[in-house]
Design a protein. Sequence first.
Length: 319
Amino acid sequence: MNLDNKEHIIKQISSLYQKILLREPDKQGLDYFFAKIVNENFSIEELQSHLLNSPEGKGWQKKREEFEINSFERKIFSQHGEDGILDFIFSVIDTTNKFLLEVGCDDGRQCNTRYFLENGWKGILIDNFSYKRNFPWIDPVSKPKKISQKSQEPSIPSTISPFLKKETVTMENINKILAKYSVPPKIDLLSIDIDYNTFWIWKAIEACTPRVVVVEYNSSISISESKVVKYLPEAEYDWTDYFGASLLAFVKLGKEKGYSLVGCDSAGSNAFFISDDEIKKNKIKTKSIEELYRTPQFGDVFDGIPKGWPISNKIMDEY
């Protein structure tokens, strides 16, 4: 057997393990199935059937059917495993134009959508980069300025920098910004995490309709409360629990826009929504907010339990 053929078989085995069991094959399993394929004419189709019907395979299939998104958390370029959750969601509903929009991406190294941009998707990553005075812009549309090669920041991947756009978004300008960058009217994914005004930006977006939406929610607030910060266009996060909106407020907003909550990451940071049309089309099992809510796993700790960021003296509005 030549080397190319051997590597091809190994790649096929690894691919099936990743697809069905969400892991790489252990050495024993890899050697066993490689030998069966080479010596016993064991087909790739038979391997797929074997993995699907194994106890491990059936366990993952049940989790897929129950749409247990937390089981699929996998930190690739995201902060809390969001890209693993999103990868799972699109494995169920499939993709259309593979176009994404992320509002609040920092410098793109760690964000919810980088994994997809590294794997053939297109899109726009927007941030105001107020914390980076000398951010190396190479995009001529958002900031026309020639920058020498020496001033480039090496930590920002060249595969991501073309998608970065420097903008300060508000309810009043978000749709104009999307038009400026020719964002399609229908896209696969929208991610918003700008701390203070995340809720209001999603509410304002009308220029495009995403199939999947992920937003940062304020998990410090009880699921029985529908709370949101007062809209202030120039407001910035003050590192307290006065930011964004409660999960219930987002659920209400999602309902207004035609989306249902399908889960929250284990860190109590992001909430995931899918359009009702896609939920119906793909027969996705929905659950109550009580089942899907996750408490904050960050911030101040009392009696050994994380409670989120420090309590603010500001009062949030009802929604």
